[in-house]
Design a protein. Structure first.
Length: 204
C-alpha cells in the first residue's frame, strides 16, 4: 500500500500575519474561511485550520491582538507625560498617519475600520478589543487636552470633550483617506491645519 504523503506544514506566526492583512483589508464578516485558508497557504485543510486556530472568530481576535501590539502603539504618545500635551497629541497623529500609509500592509487603520468590520449585532463582540482601543485613544486625546487646561496652555473654559471629538474625528477620518490613496505628505500637511484647533483654544 502506498504511503500517503505528509501534509505540508505552515508557519503559524506567518499565517497570523497573512490572516491579519486579510482581515485588515476586508473586515471580519467579508472574509471567508476559504480566503483565510488560501492566504495562510500550505494546503491547510479545514480540520487543520480549526485545530490550529479553533475558529474564525478566535483567529480574528488573535490577529487583533497582534495589530494592537505592533501597529496601534503609534498612539502611545498620547500618554507620554514627558511630552507637553500639544506635542504628545501632534506626534501621535503624525505617527498614526505615517503608519497608515506605509507599504507592506493594508492602508488605513484596522482599529478605525473595525467600525464597519462586523456591523451585525451578533458579531459586535468579535471586534470588542478594537472598540476598546478606540475608546482608549479617545480618552488619551481627552487627557492631553485636560493636561493642557491644567497647565494653563489652554483656556480654562475649553470644552475638553468637544475639542477631543475634533481630533478623534480627524484621526478616524485618516483611515478612510489613506485607504482611498491619499498620501502621507497630504495627511501630514492636514495635521498642521487640524492643530490650529488647539491653538485657537489657547488661554489668551
Amino acid at each position: 500500500m502506498a504511503q500517503m504523503g505528509r501534509p505540508r506544514r505552515f508557519d503559524r506566526d506567518k499565517a497570523i500575519d497573512q490572516a491579519l492583512h486579510l482581515f485588515w483589508e476586508q473586515g471580519y464578516e467579508a472574509t471567508s474561511l476559504t480566503q483565510l485558508k488560501a492566504a495562510i497557504g500550505g494546503g491547510i485543510s479545514a480540520p487543520s485550520f480549526y485545530a490550529a486556530f479553533a475558529s474564525k472568530e478566535a483567529l480574528f481576535q488573535e490577529c487583533a491582538r497582534r495589530y494592537l501590539s505592533q501597529y496601534a502603539t503609534v498612539t502611545e504618545y498620547l500618554w507620554d507625560t514627558g511630552l507637553a500635551p500639544r506635542p504628545a497629541l501632534e506626534t501621535a497623529l503624525r505617527a498614526s498617519a505615517k503608519m497608515q500609509c506605509e507599504r507592506g500592509h493594508p492602508k488605513g487603520c484596522m482599529v478605525a475600520l473595525a467600525v464597519m468590520s462586523a456591523p451585525s449585532p451578533e458579531n459586535a463582540a468579535v471586534t470588542q478589543s478594537l472598540t476598546q482601543s478606540r475608546t482608549r485613544t479617545r480618552a488619551g486625546i481627552t487627557g492631553c487636552i485636560e493636561r493642557g487646561i491644567a497647565d494653563g496652555e489652554l483656556a480654562p473654559t475649553t470644552d475638553a470633550r468637544a475639542l477631543a471629538t475634533v481630533f478623534d474625528g480627524f484621526l478616524l477620518g485618516l483611515s478612510t483617506l489613506a485607504r482611498d490613496g491619499v498620501g502621507y505628505p497630504v495627511l501630514n500637511a492636514a495635521i498642521d491645519r487640524i492643530m490650529t484647533a488647539w491653538d485657537t483654544a489657547r488661554d489668551r
